[in-house]
Design a protein around this ligand. Sequence first.
Ligand SMILES: [Zn+2]
Length: 308
Amino acid sequence: MDVVRSGGVEDAAASDLVRGRTLLGEFELTFCSDGTYLLDGGAMFGVVPKPLWQKRMAADDQNRILLGLNTTVVRTGKHTVVIETGVGNKQSEKMREIQGNQELLPASLAAAGVSVEEVDVVINSHLHFDHCGWNTTLHADGSVSPTFPNARYFAHAGEVAHGRLQLDRDRVSYLAPNYEPLIESGQMTLLTTEGIRAGAEVVPGISVEVFPGHTAQLMAVHIESKSHGGAARHACYISDLLPTASHLDPTWVMGYDLDPVTCIAERKRFYERAIPEEWLVLFTHDHFTPAAYLTVNDKGKPVVKSRV
Ligand SMILES: [Zn+2]
């Protein structure tokens, strides 16, 4: 499988830039993209043997698999909410070479007709580099500025505290310019688990919930809207707890997960609601399936029922 792309806006067809659009009740959901990147297939599938995972995701000659960087834009009628902001433009030349990321989110938003000025809320599920990269834009003089000048940003305080520890295990994933300037300026609101339990709504219809495992305070984003006279419909951006539609088996957790045992339990907790309540599941790193409804197969395993 030839997955290495030269990258850049010129190479991205308009159809590539916007991965999908759907209505959820009265809300409009648009799946934008920061492009693709390449991660080690073994790291993405943890202890799962390659003969099993490569049937679902083919690896290149360096064992890398192609992953998406999906941002969900929710227009509620009153608010424009951006969930996740991709890798951004702060990668070193060396990492860009290894991962082949393309810095496409601004072009994707433009192609979708979303102006950065209209965005009034940005939510980061966690603060790994590939989820909050375009929170800020790096300029040629080395300075950064908020990519969404009128937005209030939300992240979990525990993620910031963890990032600041700069631990051997994951310091490469926490890049201060993605969040520290926003905290310093007061543009980023830090949520706590206690605060979320007391009131998880960020704007009407959009709330967060902690699903630990990948990181200790990873937040899923719930989106719920009711169309006129219709039933309430629910979508959930579950982020790295379920990075792609190829990771649905509860035990197929990632090498990157800080606590894989908790991930397995949290995935089961997620399915207990997502499947019977027919949630639209939004996948953060699946370039080809940004959103899907799930069901259970005859072996009792969660599988994709239908794609959006
Ligand atoms: Zn992550």
